[in-house]
Design a binder for this molecule. Structure first.
Ligand SMILES: Nc1ncnc2c1ncn2[C@@H]1O[C@H](COP(=O)(O)OP(=O)(O)OP(=O)(O)O)[C@@H](O)[C@H]1O
Length: 298
């Protein structure tokens, strides 16, 4: 049986004239790793702040671990790595971790936290001397130190180099394997694609898609066929049938299609000259673009 660890019922939030969230209802089940995606201003950070009880809702209810997110008893089971989280500079990494451990009833061992966050080599350094990426890893360490039931990660890998990202996602998946629930936002769709079980796409304060990665990809067509061709655009359009055909500035054609084999068979049968042929599975980015009509990094 699944259990909801986060439940939102008809939640709305407005900042002045700006409707940040509109009548949002959703649940997150225990053990899920859910990626929350959406263009800038979609309402992701506002949603997380309501889930954490950092702001009140205007209307609607939020329940976290079955309770009120503002209650201390609920907060003990929650870890969060927010966009603007930072640490004081005077203590060493290890001292900072130990300080935070003291606040939780059943913290993870210091050595495990340092290892999971990839901070063993800098454990003796003052935090003011850390690089931007190392500081982000320390913020992650502090978010998991209490061994939380639910972990919120708001754009966690910002400022991390590629090696740190890989290690970071391995640590996150380690948490999930131990039954923890993780909700993350990221602007790196390929990361969401690698780690998330479920993807929720938001736009203008609403949920516009919610499902597994495969379900979302299916909404973008299942494949992208790219090629160069000297054939007339009209001929290509006819052969593509109902599937959308576009051409980029370099003259390369792209067809998004659920049936790439049939498309290629038609192109070959028609004797159309093809160059630099490439067939790729639709990505989460394709799904995102077709859902929101905008790029995440726009
Ligand atoms: N404290 C605030 N005061 C006024 N408006 C706000 C405040 N916080 C958020 N907003 C507005 O609410 C909307 C949602 O913002 P939010 O930060 O939740 O989006 P987001 O999806 O997290 O965006 P990003 O990807 O840029 O982090 C935006 O229009 C934003 O301008």
């Amino acid at each position: 049986m699944t259990t909801a660890v986060i439940e939102l019922q008809n939640v709305s939030k407005r900042f002045g004239a700006q409707q940040a969230l509109s009548d949002l209802t959703m649940q997150v089940q225990r053990g899920e790793l859910l990626a929350l995606l959406g263009p800038n201003g979609a309402g992701k950070t506002t949603l997380i702040s309501l889930m954490l009880g950092l702001r009140p809702t205007d209307t609607g209810t939020v329940r976290l671990l079955g309770g009120d997110p503002r209650q201390p008893a609920t907060r003990a089971g929650v870890g969060a790595m927010l966009q603007d989280s930072d640490v004081p500079g005077l203590l060493t990494v290890r001292e900072t971790v130990d300080l935070f451990r003291a606040m939780y009833p059943a913290p993870l061992p210091t050595a495990q936290v340092l290892r999971l966050a990839g901070l063993e080599e800098v454990a003796g350094k003052r935090t003011a001397q850390l690089s931007g990426g190392q500081r982000r890893r320390l913020v992650f360490a502090l978010s998991i130190v209490g061994d939380p039931e639910v972990l919120f990660l708001d754009e966690p890998t910002t400022a991390m180099d590629p090696g740190s990202r890989v290690a970071f996602w391995a640590a996150t998946q380690d948490m999930q394997r131990r039954g923890r629930t993780i909700l993350l936002t990221t602007h790196h769709l390929e990361e969401a694609e690698q780690v998330a079980d479920r993807v929720v796409v938001m736009d203008r304060g609403r949920v516009i898609a919610d499902g597994s990665k495969d379900e979302l990809r299916a909404r973008a067509g299942t494949a992208r066929v790219r090629f160069l061709s000297s054939a007339l655009p009209e001929t290509l359009r006819e052969l593509a049938g109902p599937d959308p055909l576009s051409q980029d500035d370099a003259g390369r054609y792209t067809v998004r299609t659920a049936a790439p084999e049939q498309l290629l068979a038609r192109l070959f049968a028609a004797g159309v000259p093809l160059g630099e042929l490439e067939v790729t599975r639709a990505s989460l980015e394709d799904a995102f673009l077709s859902l929101t009509g905008t790029g995440l990094r726009a």
